[in-house]
Design a protein around this ligand. Structure first.
Ligand SMILES: [Ca+2]
Ligand SMILES: [Ca+2]
Length: 82
């Protein structure tokens, strides 16, 4: 996927969803989701999928990575039904 497409996707999502990382997921409040935090919400999430979502490979899923993961249906949008 090109940088332009990713930028467009991000702009769309920022407009849609101004909130920061869900406190449902980010239980320690550091603004990003670890594998353990994600697995607490999505028990079937594999480490392999986590690595797919963590595109900058810093070991955590940030807001942008989370939005992309939801958009690409790697993760369900847990907030849409609340
Ligand atoms: Ca966290
Ligand atoms: Ca990351």
């Amino acid at each position: 996927m090109s940088r332009v497409v990713i930028g467009t996707l991000l702009a769309t999502f920022v407009a849609f969803s101004a909130h920061a990382m869900s406190t449902e997921i980010d239980t320690d409040g550091d603004g990003k989701a670890s594998l353990a935090e994600l697995q607490a919400v999505f028990p079937e999430l594999s480490e392999f999928l986590f690595l797919e979502i963590d595109t900058d490979v810093d070991g955590f899923v940030n807001d942008e990575e989370m939005m992309i993961a939801v958009e690409t249906e790697m993760l369900p949008d847990i907030e849409s039904g609340i």
